[in-house]
Ligand binder design. Sequence first.
Ligand code: C2E
Ligand code: CA
Ligand code: CA
Length: 656
Amino acid sequence: MWNRIYQFMKVREDQPELNRAIFTSLGNMIPLMYAMVSVNMIALAWTHWSVAPRWLTLTLPIFFTVITFLRSVKFHKHRNTYFSDEEIRKQLQITVFMSGPISAMFMLWEFSLLNYSTGLMQGQVMFFAGVTAFGTAFCLIHLRQAAIIMMMSTIPPTAIFLALYFNQPVHIAVAINMLVVGALAVFIIRGVNNDFAALIAQQTLHGEQKEKLQRLNHDNLKLANTDALTGLPNRRSFYHALDQYICEATETDSQLVVILLDLDGFKPVNDVFGHPAGDALLQAVSERLQSRLGDSGLLSRLGGDEFGILLTDPGTDDEVLALCRELSETLRQPFRLKEGVANIAGTIGIARYPESGRSRGQLFDRADYALCYSKQHSKGEPIFFSEDHEKAIREYATLEQRLREANLENELYMVFQPIMDTRRDKVMAFEALARWQSPTLGNVSAEAFIRSAEQAGLIANMSGVLLDKALAAAMHWPADVCLSFNLSAVNLSSSASVRDILRRVDRSGFSPSRIIFEITESAVMRDFDRVIEALNLIRSTGARIALDDFGTGFSSLSYVQKLPLDRIKVDRSFVQGIDNNLATRKIVETIAILCRNIGIGCIVEGVETSRQMDLVHRMGLTEIQGYFFSKPLDEEEALKFVQSHNSDDDIAWLSA
Ligand code: C2E
Ligand code: CA
Ligand code: CA
């Protein structure tokens, strides 16, 4: 029984939101309630002034009024104070515990007054008791326990007192009235309370959902700005930071450096060892970069194997270059992965604010330009965007424009460089090399306009025109002389473009078995699977494939083995170093052995001197191209060249 009473009176700890709402509501209602009680008291004391003693009509009312006034002030102050959940619960519990004694005190005061009142005054006391009980209960309505205690400690005793003390039908009827209305009031209090609790619960839930949503938003934002694989900021975050740093640098008139780093040799690792190995490598790379950088720069992964670094306190150009060299060096140390050892490197392009650009786009593009420049011209050496680059960009833009306007059919032509079979001392093939005689720019280097055509999306069309011209010239060669034709990555990027090439071969009537298509590693690296598909399609016609510029990229042995190749062309940079650099000589030797072991041919290009020729020969390499034999020749010269070298094949080429 006591336990049940205690449980009923206890303010629950497991609903802090509801407690807080009740507390707020009481903060508003309790001062009003005390004001009402005080007014009622004063009214009652006033009517009994002449009949009752002073301690009942003056001392006690003043005492009550002071206490209630002080409590009202306290509650009013609470409105602006923050309380913990526990403090609130305690305050409410005190209110609950106090509600019984306070109402009992009122009751005793009323009953004491009844001793002195007569007739109408007794009615007033009864009226006061009822109205005050209901009034206070409704003021405390949200604190269910207090409201019910208030009702229970006033209404039944008053009713019983009325019925027993007066024992008159009128008083008994009033007592019954009071009990019925009191019971109804308790019932209403409970209902209102349940509704109030439900409302708060709903609001709390809503609040929790809001918080959850906010948390989710925060997580999403973090996710949207983080690279999932490495945990580094991603491209979006990098751009955002760059924008911010530019603003700060503009305001404070300070410097800022944008570094772009692109991995060399990442793709073969991905292709050969598989994607998990590629992922592990990227993680290891980001760890190495991060540990070298520390707090000195903001490292981000921009996507794929591209990283960005922002330095807000960059120091001199030399200091930045030194840092970049260190970063390259850390990447050059072998990565030991589960699947094997990966050897990669990094190419770095750098742009400085405000010298290289003032906007995000400018700085990024220029660092990217420096990176591309470094890739092509100075392998491994970090490069700052410079005025020369600016000039080159302008020239390049002009070149691209002219190329777009060019009449490719008229302005392009082919030259042919013999590839000799030194065992037979005969021309084994001619490599067709493109030339562009621009009416405005004059002769443009093949490397420059091919790259420009690739970037401007003109290469597919250009390759078609060039192939037709090469095939037309090759029709006049002896039957044992092949045509070696260079393909760009774009030519292999879709089966439609491969079919276009094959259709042209077919239309020319030239036997596909006499064609060698030269592809570069960079083409293969773009999309390994698709390129293999394209190469198989080409080989199914009888045409052959040579891997051009071998050794300049990051081809590994296993990489080469996976490609359907017939030949490798050792890059001319190796031949240039062959006479005075032992390491280079060893590399060429190794390539020669590799080709022999996997049963594919090996062409050495760029042989210029008899000494180089000798050295290459000693390695057992016999398919040779280079200025030592001939520079690229025009169509007529090529024909004369082949006639003088392959003379006993006259019959064959006449009938070809
Ligand atoms: P590549 O395929 O490696 O072509 C060989 C380049 O080396 C040619 O330069 C050639 O003239 C040059 N070369 C040959 N022998 C020697 C030598 O002994 N010493 C030196 N120093 N150089 C030698 P070219 O004609 O300027 O071509 C440059 C690059 O342009 C080619 O490199 C190739 O990647 C590209 N290219 C040329 N024609 C075509 C084409 O029709 N289609 C495509 N897609 N690319 C082409
Ligand atoms: Ca070539
Ligand atoms: Ca080459």
